[in-house]
Ligand binder design. Structure first.
Ligand SMILES: *[C@@H]1O[C@H](CO)[C@@H](O)[C@H](O)[C@H]1NC(C)=O
Ligand SMILES: *[C@@H]1O[C@H](CO)[C@@H](O)[C@H](O)[C@H]1NC(C)=O
Length: 423
């Protein structure tokens, strides 16, 4: 079944290129250490600039040296402008959001370097925390324009204040009744863990920044494709997402998005000759500005739902609140693979960073190298799929009022008139 398409093309045998990427081993201690200051001395801050940058931050980050330096870095022009001075008009901007798993990130970047057409577009890399190992990998990218941004609000860049851990934070169940600690328990009685809430904060900060804040992207009306540090992209990923977004209005006018991978992350696709419309997945999803605006309108739903996973929050509250099923259009073969074995996912709790045996083995077949969705194909609609939906109460971890309000502030920081912060 998987190779039917290849036979049609008259290829007698599938050339399987097996990529075994031996991952650079980076000491765990280095990986887990987020810089809080001192590592960014390459950028001088004069007093004037410092106070301007300070004023441009939300109040929680004002005066935090690391936040100021990151905010300064966020204003640097894209990298590789000399190599790729122009972007294609019909580009799909790619946003890659990352934390600190350098071994994974290296594999993702390696796969991107082989993606056909990628030199036509802008790659935005959004960092949760500041890690030298991650920066070294970004330095090595020479295949397209790259805009690097860092969340100045990442809990990882705060030493002793919110959104990091503060001395006065409640720690254990029931602390709030016994002591004068700060923090609200979630629906299961647990208090916030900065390491865990950082993922949802980063996703929301990144979404708001890319669509509404960043000079390089805030006027982009086309699609933006989102990927993570443990996603492997096939060489046809960019041309496929372009084809899918082009076909979407005609083939699936009700689809909100286009995806590179099936909603079921374990599936590589059915391999049949048809497009697929299904529930929106969290690997290689893309949508346009008007969909972003619909999401942004549901800020309260997003920020008040007691689940620390951004994706489950979307499935259980934001999408259901749109009033119609949220479908995405994809091809019958995946163009993106989630290879991280571990990470922060539902119900797993605080297991920290976890690194597997250091080898990623992904088959790239001939059909994965060029566009493999066809204009003449019909669309199969997958209805009643399993998964999180309206009614799910959430896994918790997001009960602290401070997190909820920071989340609201991210949604208004580029819309000054509706800001919840006083000037
Ligand atoms: C930044 O702003 C805060 C609050 O307005 C202020 O207390 C602090 O001194 C300022 N820091 C710098 C470096 O400008
Ligand atoms: C953006 O995508 C939505 C959903 O597919 C579609 O209805 C809308 O027309 C698109 N907007 C633009 C400007 O293309």
């Amino acid at each position: 079944m998987r190779d039917v398409g290849l036979c049609r093309l008259g290829i007698l045998f599938a050339i399987t290129v097996s990529i075994v990427l031996m991952l650079v081993s980076v000491p765990r201690t280095a990986l887990n250490r987020a810089s809080t200051d001192g590592d960014l001395d390459d950028l001088d801050l004069d007093k004037d600039l410092e106070s301007k940058l300070n004023a441009s931050l939300l109040r929680v980050a004002r005066g935090n040296k690391m936040s100021l330096r990151l905010q300064r870095r966020n204003l640097l022009p894209p990298r590789n402008l000399d190599l790729f001075p122009n972007l294609a008009k019909d580009r799909v901007v790619i946003v890659l959001y990352v934390h600190n798993r350098a071994q994974y990130f290296q594999v993702t970047v390696e796969s991107l370097s082989k993606v056909k057409g990628i030199s036509e577009t802008l790659l935005v890399i959004s960092h949760d925390g500041y890690f030298e190992e991650m920066n070294k990998i970004v330095d090595s990218i020479k295949f397209c324009q790259v805009k690097q941004i860092f969340s100045p609000y990442s809990p990882h860049v705060f030493r002793a204040s919110f959104p990091g851990v503060t001395k006065n934070d409640c720690k254990n169940k029931g602390d709030e009744a016994k002591t004068h600690c700060q923090g609200n328990p979630d629906q299961y009685g647990n208090h916030r863990s900065p390491k865990i809430v950082s993922l949802k904060h980063h996703w929301w900060w990144m979404m708001n920044t890319v669509w509404d804040g960043l000079e390089e992207t805030k006027d982009h009306n086309g699609h933006v494709l989102f990927i993570e540090e443990d996603h492997f992209l096939f060489p046809n990923a960019y041309r496929n997402i372009q084809a899918l977004t082009r076909l979407k209005p005609e083939k699936c006018p009700d689809c909100f998005a286009a995806n590179l991978a099936p909603a079921d992350v374990k599936s590589r696709g059915e391999g049949f000759d048809s497009l697929v419309a299904e529930r929106m997945g969290n690997v290689g999803y893309s949508f346009n500005r008007s969909v972003w605006e619909s999401i942004h309108e549901k800020t309260r739903e997003f920020c008040f739902f007691d689940d620390y996973n951004w994706d489950i929050t979307m499935w259980a509250t934001v999408f259901p609140s749109f009033g119609s099923p949220v479908y995405t259009l994809r091809g019958p073969r995946t163009s993106a693979v989630h290879f991280g074995k571990c990470g922060l996912h539902q119900g797993r709790g605080d297991e920290g960073d976890c690194i597997d045996n250091g080898v990623v083995n992904i088959d790239v077949k001939e059909t994965d190298k060029a566009v493999n969705v066809k204009e003449e194909w019909g669309v199969r609609v997958l209805k009643h799929q399993a998964g999180y939906k309206a009614g799910f109460e959430g896994w918790g971890g997001w009960g602290d009022e401070r997190d909820r309000h920071l989340c609201l502030d991210f949604a208004t920081m580029y819309h000054p008139r509706s800001s919840s912060e006083s000037p």
